[in-house]
Design a protein around this ligand. Structure first.
Ligand code: ATP
Ligand code: MG
Length: 158
């Protein structure tokens, strides 16, 4: 299933993240990819807010991973932008975090893992639409029934 949404502002993208959070459960893994400045972190900050996290979400550029608590468990935000080249997930020692069944995990620039991600996940792509300022194209792509159902519920909310 594929959902394509046009966002006209950072506020709208944050709101989408917040709405999306309501279909998530511990163990869910989301990979966010696309243009630099496309809105991945903005979306994740809305998502975290939706989970009830009060702290401001900033990109974990140097640490690669930030973790937060929310009522149902742990929320993990990874940003692999600074990884040098393609790396295997076990080489970067993050299996415990990224495959944790008790955490909701969002990974920015997960493509740096070179396709070695072994766990079921949802892809969201963020692209500039150069014709209009602040416009972004956000595409949700599910590959199985589990994520299809979540995207259907998400579509009903937005
Ligand atoms: N429609 C929009 N959706 C999201 N962000 C927008 C939008 N329009 C403008 N912006 C601005 O674009 C920037 C998006 O930055 P953000 O850090 O969320 O992107 P990113 O995809 O995480 O970037 P990076 O690849 O560097 O991690 C912010 O400054 C935000 O205010
Ligand atoms: Mg970012």
């Amino acid at each position: 299933m594929r959902i394509e949404i046009s966002s006209g502002s950072a506020e709208f993208t944050r709101r989408l993240g917040k709405d999306f959070s309501s279909v998530l459960l511990p163990g869910d893994l989301i990979m966010l990819s696309g243009d630099l400045g496309g809105g991945k972190t903005t979306f994740i900050s809305g998502l975290a807010k939706g989970l009830g996290i009060k702290e401001d979400i900033t990109s974990p550029s140097f640490t690669l991973i930030n973790e937060y608590r929310y009522r149902q468990g742990r929320f993990v935000h990874a940003d692999l932008y600074r990884l040098e080249g393609l790396q295997d997930i076990s080489d970067i020692g993050m299996d415990d975090y990224l495959y944790d069944e008790n955490s909701i995990v969002c990974i920015e620039w997960g493509n740096k893992l070179g396709g070695t991600l072994a766990k079921d996940h949802l892809n969201i792509d963020f692209a500039y639409e150069w014709d209009v300022e602040n416009k972004r194209k956000i595409v949700f792509n599910s590959k199985n029934k589990y994520w299809d159902l979540k995207l259907e519920r998400f579509e009903e909310i937005i």
